[in-house]
Design a protein around this ligand. Structure first.
Ligand SMILES: Nc1ncnc2c1ncn2[C@@H]1O[C@H](COP(=O)(O)OP(=O)(O)OP(=O)(O)O)[C@@H](O)[C@H]1O
Length: 246
């Protein structure tokens, strides 16, 4: 089996008496989309925050390409190739599409000489290539003028501009209508070859259309991991989470 690109080993995180992550282990393998589903409050965002470095676990570790990155900052993990997209948009809305994408590309570059880097042709080309890849052809448009769906495209482009080893996506379909969801689903489907995607998502149609594997979280713990068909058929999962659809 291929070595995991990104791996959580035994992550545990408590907020007071609440155990938000309960010995969570899962991995992301090359070429796959691994979806993480679970009811509100199950601990999905807390897991993402530990993978990306916003939250330090009380126990357990995070590994990128086999390297223990548990003590690394958010920035260092981003430079190493963990590319996160956010549930709530984190775009600079007064800047243009190209400026946002270039700033993301810059995060993936070595720090220093900001002004020179902003004029850097390589960086600009990397940003433009990422925008072209997601089909966003409006580099000089201010982000404030973009539709919700276009902002999602831009966020994916910004993750791409990091030249990621792994994407970590927090509810990318949130707030999109049917057409936007279909377009983003098609985009993500093609993206898994560039870097595997850990996909936290409430839209079950998107999850079942895209995921190679699904992990189900309930009350901080992963109660099942497997291919879509096995997860849909899993009695514990149906009882705990998919009950309304079963
Ligand atoms: N900083 C915090 N302090 C205290 N409790 C927190 C904190 N962050 C999260 N929690 C709690 O931890 C639990 C897990 O929350 P988390 O946001 O990870 O769940 P989730 O599965 O992402 O939910 P949703 O689907 O609603 O986004 C919840 O009970 C939440 O209230």
């Amino acid at each position: 089996m291929a070595e995991p690109v990104l791996e959580a080993r035994g992550l545990t995180k408590r907020f007071g008496a609440l155990v938000a992550s309960r010995d969570v282990s899962l991995d992301l393998r090359p070429g796959e989309i691994h979806a993480v589903i679970g009811p509100n409050g199950a601990g999905k965002s807390t897991l993402i925050a530990q993978l990306c470095g916003q939250i330090a676990p009380d126990a357990g570790s995070v590994h990128l390409d086999g390297t223990d990155v548990t003590g690394w900052s958010v920035e260092r993990r981003a430079r190493a190739g963990i590319a996160r997209t956010f549930q709530v948009s984190a775009l600079a809305t007064e800047d243009t599409v190209l400026q946002n994408a270039m700033l993301a590309a810059l995060r993936g570059a070595r720090p220093g000489f900001w002004r020179a880097i902003l004029r850097d042709r390589t960086l600009r080309e990397r940003a433009e290539a990422a925008l072209a890849r997601v089909g966003l052809d409006a580099p000089e448009t201010r982000v404030a003028a973009l539709s919700h769906g276009q902002r999602r495209q831009l966020e994916v482009a910004m993750a791409l501009a990091l030249a990621p080893r792994a994407f970590v996506m927090d509810e990318p379909m949130a707030g999109l209508g049917g057409e936007g969801t279909r377009a983003l689903t098609a985009l993500l489907d093609g993206l898994r070859g560039e870097a595997p995607i850990l996909l936290v998502e409430h839209d079950m149609d998107a999850v079942f259309a895209l995921a190679d594997r699904v992990s189900v979280m309930v009350e901080g713990a992963v109660i099942a991991t497997g291919p879509v068909a096995a997860i849909r058929a899993d009695a514990a999962v149906r009882a705990a989470y998919l009950g309304e659809d079963a």
